[in-house]
Design a protein around this ligand. Structure first.
Ligand code: SF4
Length: 324
């Protein structure tokens, strides 16, 4: 995950919740990818925040239930071997594979660049991502549907390396995570920090309630005595995710008969969301009460990750005939 600072409820449902569950079935490695954050950097101002963003994000992971005793939790740049593998994999990756990736073209357009002017780092993003995966010989990567082409590319790069230099890497498989899409408070299709329509995991119950009260509802329900349409109301869709089934049925019937007002409905939703977030808040408090603990976790995770990485690089050097 790129270190973008505090995470929101959409990030939790879209990725973190699943990461927490995977710990029961897999040996997991979770990495804050700070080198990837540099691929779109435009000035030093962009890099000044990276370290504090990492700490905020890792605290959110831990609060969500990522367990550093069971999983390896670290920061990408703690393991310089990833940059070595990136360079070596770039020797077996045709440029056309990278420039054809749809997300690359989209990113270039968004940045108002051309394929001629864009930084090489952005072109090589999927190669670095492949290095992130196969350096640890990971065989499974939990991703959303939009990331599947990247994992396919990682498989092809690993396969090509294996064909050139002999069997070295497992071909990583995408593990698709089906997660409910959380709409933004303003009714936009996605909850996002840049649109300021989000609910931070780390927010206090009071702040969460205040923000929930700003949520858009059925636009046709301009007064309380007009019956609402829950099926077009994002407050209702959030009730479906966070409230009990009895509460959801009551919301539906009371909304469609104008027996409840939107403000009360949002207050009830805020209560459900705060109940949902409470165990995370408790865990966060525990971690926060131990100053320096997040850094200790990252140091330990970095050591464990490096031990695996060093072995892989030794094998790669040998297979590629490099000096050791
Ligand atoms: Fe939406 Fe609730 Fe208002 Fe109905 S009562 S429109 S579900 S906020």
């Amino acid at each position: 995950m790129r270190p973008t600072g505090l995470l929101h409820l959409g990030n939790y449902l879209g990725a973190l919740q699943n990461w927490v569950e995977l710990q029961d079935d897999y040996d997991c490695i979770y990495c804050a990818v700070d080198i990837h954050a540099l691929t779109t950097v435009e000035s030093q101002a962009d890099t000044n925040q990276i370290q504090s963003n990492i700490e905020d994000m890792i605290l959110d992971w831990l609060a969500a239930g990522i367990d550093p005793e069971r999983s390896i939790v670290f920061v990408q740049s703690q393991v310089p071997e990833v940059m070595t593998l990136h360079t070596l994999l770039s020797m077996v990756t045709p440029l056309g594979w990278l420039t054809r990736v749809p997300t690359f073209k989209e990113k270039v357009r968004q940045m108002d660049e051309t394929e001629e002017t864009v930084n090489y780092g952005l072109v090589g993003y999927p190669v670095l991502q492949t290095a992130d995966i196969i350096l640890y010989k990971a065989d499974t990567v939990p991703v959303g549907r939009d990331q599947v082409p990247h994992i396919e590319l990682s498989r092809e790069i690993a396969r090509r390396f294996n064909n050139f230099f002999g069997d070295t890497f497992p071909e990583p498989q995408a593990k698709l995570t089906e997660s409910p899409l959380l709409v933004g408070l303003d009714g936009q299709a996605k909850m996002s920090k840049s649109l300021d329509n989000h609910l931070d995991l780390a927010a206090t119950p009071e702040d969460t309630s205040k923000r929930v009260l700003t949520a858009f509802t059925d636009p046709q329900r301009t007064t309380r005595n007009i019956p609402g349409r829950p099926e077009v109301c994002n407050v209702y869709s959030m009730h479906q995710m966070f409230s009990s089934s009895t509460a959801v049925s009551a919301v539906y019937s009371e909304c469609t008969t104008a027996a409840r007002g939107c403000v009360d409905c949002k207050r009830q939703l805020a209560g459900s969301i705060n109940d949902f977030l409470e165990p995370m808040r408790d865990r966060r408090k525990e971690y926060e009460s131990r100053p320096g603990y997040v850094r200790e976790i990252l140091d330990e995770g970095g050591k464990r990750a490096r031990a695996i990485a060093a072995k892989t690089i030794e094998e790669v050097y040998e297979k590629m005939g490099l000096a050791r």
